[in-house]
Design a protein around this ligand. Structure first.
Ligand code: CP
Ligand code: NVA
Length: 331
């Protein structure tokens, strides 16, 4: 049995394949218990702080519901309502919150901020997304894939779009640690950085995974088990980059043809939120400006039977619960 009590959860680079598998197993167990109505609520008296310097639907709700299921109290600090970063340094904030809370979630900008928080807090810190990594999302994705295919090893996951950011980076780490083939299918400019690729090739050597970077959609997506994409412009990036991204990443949009080139049994995943129609403010504005009805994925693929994005979204809650249970102490 693994003991992760007291550990931070900042990036999957810090965890062994066995520890990651243990967290996925624990999440599956907690999910089953929740479905059966068996409570796991012996964390009464514990409290967690949820710091969001960027907006969120899934991550915030997952932490809140998971914490409440566990019997814990939560305090949500929104992007504007605290002293963090403006009147008070991360070090001081960490030392204050560490005196009151049993764990701290942080979503924001640079990875160094969440690392700093963890250094000074004295309680477990959980990364709810930084520019560089989105590790809680990885556990949800891997649980979803495992539920669907029954295993992870040997599957081929293709990531299309901007692979230099949190999602591309994190998927490459998760796949290479867990023995899955990872393909970044995009233009060279959007390939993940060489240092991280080299690190992940090291993990891949241990696990039997393969890492491929390709600009060729036909070759890249051939026989894929999972086609994955993310928004072309991430939170915190300037609006001006939309035009360039639409131009450069449109060949890597997930379409019916892309899905047809993958295995017949392939599934589509997306961390969400997604631009697949005109029902969002930004989507509608982009249509006005550039005439594009969808971005990274067509509505047809998003709404198809191959799309498992809402199973994936639900799994955010079960996997985040597993991270809290494991790092606060299972018993
Ligand atoms: N996938 C994800 O992190 O969603 P939110 O931004 O809504 O939390
Ligand atoms: N890459 C996206 C992921 C959102 C969950 C972003 O950082 O905005």
């Amino acid at each position: 049995k693994m003991n992760l009590k007291g550990r931070n959860f900042l990036t999957l680079k810090d965890f062994t394949p066995e520890e990651i598998t243990y967290l996925i197993d624990l999440a599956a167990d907690l999910k089953e218990k929740k479905k059966k109505g068996i409570p796991v609520d012996h964390y009464r008296g514990k409290n967690v702080a949820l710091i969001f310097e960027k907006t969120s639907t899934r991550t915030r709700c997952a932490f809140e519901v998971a914490a409440h299921d566990m019997g814990m109290g939560t305090t949500y600090l929104d992007p504007s309502g605290s002293q963090i970063g403006k009147k008070e340094s991360i070090e001081d904030t960490a030392r204050v919150l560490g005196r009151m809370f049993d764990g701290i979630e942080y979503r924001g900008y640079g990875q160094e901020i969440v690392e700093d928080l963890a250094k000074y807090a004295g309680v477990p810190v959980w990364n709810g997304l930084t520019n560089e990594y989105h590790p809680t999302q990885m556990l949800a994705d891997m649980l979803t894939i495992r539920e669907h295919f029954g295993e992870l090893k040997g599957l081929k996951l293709v990531y299309m779009g901007d692979a230099r950011y949190n999602m591309g980076n994190s998927l490459m780490i998760a796949c290479s640690k867990l023995g899955m083939d990872f393909v970044a299918c995009t233009t060279k400019e959007y390939f993940p950085n060489e240092e991280l690729v080299a690190t992940c090739r090291g993990y891949a050597k241990e696990s039997g995974a393969r890492i491929t970077l390709t600009e060729d959609v036909k070759e890249g997506t051939k026989d894929a088990d999972i086609i994955y994409t993310d928004v072309w412009v991430s939170m915190g990036e300037p609006d001006e980059v939309w035009e360039k991204r639409i131009k450069e990443l449109s060949p890597y949009k997930v379409t019916k043809e892309v899905m047809a080139n993958a295995k017949e049994s392939a599934i589509f995943l997306h961390c969400l939120p997604a631009f697949h129609d005109l029902k969002t403010k930004i989507g509608a504005a982009m249509y006005e400006k550039f005439g594009v009805k969808d971005m990274e994925v067509t509505d047809e693929v998003f709404e198809s039977a191959q799309s498992k994005v809402f199973d994936e979204a639900e799994n955010r809650m079960h996997t985040i619960k597993a991270v809290m249970v494991a790092t606060l102490g299972e018993f």
